[in-house]
Design a protein around this ligand. Sequence first.
Ligand SMILES: *Cc1c(COP(=O)(O)O)cnc(C)c1O
Length: 420
Amino acid sequence: MRDRLQKYDPEIFDAILGEESRQQAELELIPSENYTYPEVLTALGTVFTNKYSEGYPGNRYYGGQAYTDTIERLATARARELFRAEHVNVQALSGAAMNQAVYYGLLEPGDSILAMDLTHGGHLTHGSPVSHMSRVFTFHRYKADASGHIDFDEVQRVAEKVRPKLVLCGHSSFPRDLDYAGFKRVADAVGALTMADVSHIGGLIAGGVQPNPLDHGFDVVTTTTHKSLRGPRGGLVLSKAEFGRRIDKSVFPGLQGGPHMHTIAAIAVALKKAAEPEFREYAARSVSNAKTLAGRLIERGADLVTGGTDNHLMVMNTVDSFRLEGRDAQQALEDVGLATNKQLVPDDTLSAQRTSGVRLGTPAATTRGMGDTEMIAVADLFVRALRNRGDAAEAKAVRSEVRELCARFPAPGPLLPAPA
Ligand SMILES: *Cc1c(COP(=O)(O)O)cnc(C)c1O
């Protein structure tokens, strides 16, 4: 199959090979990225992409659904069991769509949502001014203090003032555990629904190393499937049974058309993997690797937001640590084969294009099989690259050490050509 593509469309084929060797030769430290399983890639590349399946199992708009119903039922049942959810929708095309489907399904336009400040870790889909969601719903904010602690008396004062319909927690750059019981208390006090967007930590919850908001009585939990869960790109909406109908109708026909059945097949495979004992080890190791990486970075003089991490990610203030804006730090790291992303720090005074920090995390490095020893080596390479920015000889030396480390811990996937 690969030779046919190579012959027919060499430009695209070469880009695929290029990306395969880039992924193999660079160390992925972006905490939202991962290397999925070869079995997932196989399921993605199948004829399920040919099929229209608008509707839900047993109730579709088109015929020919024997096999689509099988995979969607399996995906849904596996997610229900893994996350102890009463209801699951697996059709959202991505994380952004899954969150929109929840807002539209449970709220009316103009309703208020209380969510985390975006520079403190909230996601774009939690009402960033550049997101359409901020034109439809009214977002109010809470923050964490410098140690990452959230003052729930303060959150409750805000909630009593703005009377949100939905209390939303969850993050894409917050390195600490969330107190779900605290959020639930605030929501109950003002009669609001509770939603946790665990997109980043879905795999850590599935692996049993982080608390599950559903166990704390949350109404809705959303998660992407491609981050710490190691599946294909997609989104799950997990909820109490009473919201199931509204959420299903909101995903389809409210927001989307035909579901991507090849993706749903691949999600089902990833969920089967996530229920294996090895996945629990993987999740635990992602967290212990992050703690080791953070500890070493701090030892070497780095300033981390909240002073460390409880999960798989950390945010480094690169201005305070190395007198480098996030944008420049990201570039210096990319030049040596370390992939990170620039990141706003709490109450950042620089723009989202420049930023005062970078965000890094361990799910992808952990998938490659790296452990504590490698995390210490990575922290040292990281500091060397930033301290010696602009020194071409030093960058070359660091880059070759990164490649050597990556070669010893190959990423899973189809057979890759040796990096050039
Ligand atoms: C990644 C992420 C999303 C969005 O996922 P996409 O698949 O990129 O649309 C939503 N919420 C949070 C907290 C995330 O980290």
